[in-house]
Design a binder for this molecule. Structure first.
Ligand SMILES: Nc1nc2c(ncn2[C@@H]2O[C@H](COP(=O)(O)OP(=O)(O)OP(=O)(O)O)[C@@H](O)[C@H]2O)c(=O)[nH]1
Length: 513
């Protein structure tokens, strides 16, 4: 079934498969490259988040260590005047040593400013209203507390408060020590990252409050992000993770990596813009795809032309085959016509001569008898004269038909038009008696046609025949011998009154009719 499909079909299938494979392979390659690029982006953002969380942890840890030291000193020595001057010096030293520190402060149990790292101390100021102060007053927990970002009352900068509770010797609330971390310190650090034009990094509290963010927006500090998909993913997992989220702040889709701080209830997130990460890939893919599609189109066009040519060539070959077949059949017809008489449909004189030559040779070789009957229409001239030449032709055709029907069907038997109104029947392997019998049957068949002939003695068309037979002797007899003998017999038949068969007894004296 498949074999019968034309070559042009398979060529079309081939070109189509090549074009589709070309485009599919390029698509697959591009899609793979995209996946690899996103994986790399994810790795970068994860590494960035790790570095940020470590940095934030270290930054707060250093401040908290100072606080723990201050807390211990105050709990040991109390907050009396002599102690305050020493504490002031210690605080100044710590703030100078730690660039992230905006200031260090100590408040008594009523929130009054007792000592800080500022050059002057406003004794009338009170921080009892601050969130961290209320937290420590109400919680006996001795660990550090990270507060919400606020603008410092003393320096006017955005700060993150880190505080610890001071206990009196009896365990009652004795005040708070506070370290304020300059948000600008984080901002400067985050500004040093290469996160592209649309990347974002942030430090956030575990309760979903923004502490610092790049791109920096003052109104973003302290804002809640609990409704964002990023925070929901983080609070669900509670640990390190990644995800592709659309920012609720600027609508950008980013690949986010989030990671909690090891020691504090905060987490960081590093987000790289998907758009930026894929920008180069997109440009590259566009150019590449354009090239591949153009190549596939060229291939398809070229293939289509080639297949068209193939089709035309096949068509030409088919036409050529048809012409050759027509020529062959024409040749066969011509060959037949060359051996056939046009009027009677019997073999023509040429074929008779060839067959007679062949059969004569065979009979000579085999020592077989070869017979020939020469037949002539009686008074045919008168027939033509009375009925016309065309009726004469019809008459000849009818006689030829009758003679063909009576001609034996053995190989070599041949009825032919000898010339004019004269016919000949070649009968191999036949002696004179057999030939006479055949000619007699023919004569009777013609008479049976009852073709009217007013100028004939019988009133119908009749024929006369002369038959001759011989067993040819090599070097003695020739084919013409047989013709001449038959012709002589025909003449005898005519002379004897026509409408009869006369045998030639010279060549075959054995005849007993
Ligand atoms: N219509 C027609 N006539 C033919 C054809 N071939 C030969 N003839 C005619 O046949 C006639 C033969 O005449 P003749 O040879 O005189 O002999 P005949 O009239 O048959 O008389 P006998 O043979 O003596 O009986 C001629 O008039 C030819 O013109 C042919 O193909 N068609």
């Amino acid at each position: 079934m498949l074999k019968r499909l034309p070559i042009t079909f398979w060529a079309t299938v081939f070109v189509t498969v090549v074009c589709v494979a070309l485009v599919s392979l390029d698509f697959w390659r591009s899609w793979n490259a995209r996946g690899v690029l996103l994986e790399e982006t994810e790795r970068s953002s994860t590494n960035l988040a790790r570095a940020m969380s470590q940095h934030a942890d270290d930054t707060i840890k250093a401040a908290d260590t100072s606080l723990a030291d201050l807390e211990e000193r105050i709990e040991m020595d109390g907050l009396h005047e002599g102690q305050l001057a020493r504490l002031h010096q210690v605080m100044l030293g710590q703030v100078r040593a730690l660039p992230q520190l905006d200031g260090l402060y100590a408040y008594d149990e009523a929130g009054r400013w007792m000592v800080n790292s500022q050059p002057t101390l406003d004794r009338k100021a009170n921080n009892a209203d601050r969130e961290y102060f209320r937290f420590h007053r109400e919680n006996r927990d001795k660990g550090p507390h990270i507060g919400l970002p606020v603008i410092s009352r003393s320096s006017g900068k955005w700060i993150i408060p880190v505080s610890r509770r001071i206990d009196k010797p009896d365990g009652a609330f004795g005040g708070v020590v506070l370290a304020t971390i300059d948000i600008d310190y984080f901002r400067r650090f985050y500004a040093s990252f290469d996160i592209g034009d649309n990347g974002a990094v942030a430090l956030l509290s575990n309760r979903g409050v923004m502490l610092v963010r790049r791109p920096f927006r003052a109104e973003g500090i302290g804002a809640s992000i609990v409704d964002t998909p990023l925070y929901q993913a983080y609070s669900r997992s509670g640990t390190t993770g990644t995800g592709m989220f659309r920012s609720t702040q600027d609508g950008q889709v980013r690949l986010n990596s989030y990671r909690p701080l090891q020691n504090y209830p905060l987490f960081v997130t590093a987000a790289l813009s998907k758009e930026e990460a894929l920008a180069h890939w997109r440009r590259d893919t566009w150019l590449h795809s354009l090239g591949v599609v153009a190549l596939a189109a060229l291939l398809a066009l070229f293939g289509q032309r080639l297949i068209g040519q193939m089709r035309r060539r096949l068509e030409a070959e088919r036409e050529l085959r048809q012409a050759r077949d027509a020529l062959a059949s024409l040749n066969a017809t011509l060959e037949k016509m060359a051996l056939q008489d046009g009027l009677t449909g019997l073999a023509n004189r040429r074929q008779l001569d060839v067959s007679l030559g062949n059969e004569f040779s065979r009979a000579t070789r085999q020592g077989a008898s070869l017979a020939l009957a020469l037949i002539d229409v009686d008074h045919f001239k008168l027939f033509n004269d009375r009925y016309g030449h065309s009726a004469g032709d019809d008459c000849l055709r009818a006689i030829s038909r009758a003679i063909r029907q009576q001609t034996p069907k053995r190989a070599g038997d041949l009825a032919a038009r000898y010339g004019g109104e004269e016919l000949a029947v070649l009968l191999p392997n036949t002696d004179i008696a057999g030939a006479w019998a055949v000619a007699e049957r023919m004569r009777q068949a013609v008479a049976a046609l009852q073709l009217p002939h007013a100028d004939s003695a019988q009133g119908i068309v009749t024929i006369s025949a002369g038959v001759a037979a011989l067993v040819p002797q090599r070097g003695v007899d020739a084919a013409t011998t047989l013709i001449e003998a038959a012709d002589k017999a025909l003449y005898a038949a005519k002379s004897a009154g026509r409408n009869r068969v006369a045998p030639d007894l010279g060549l075959a004296p054995v005849l007993t009719p």
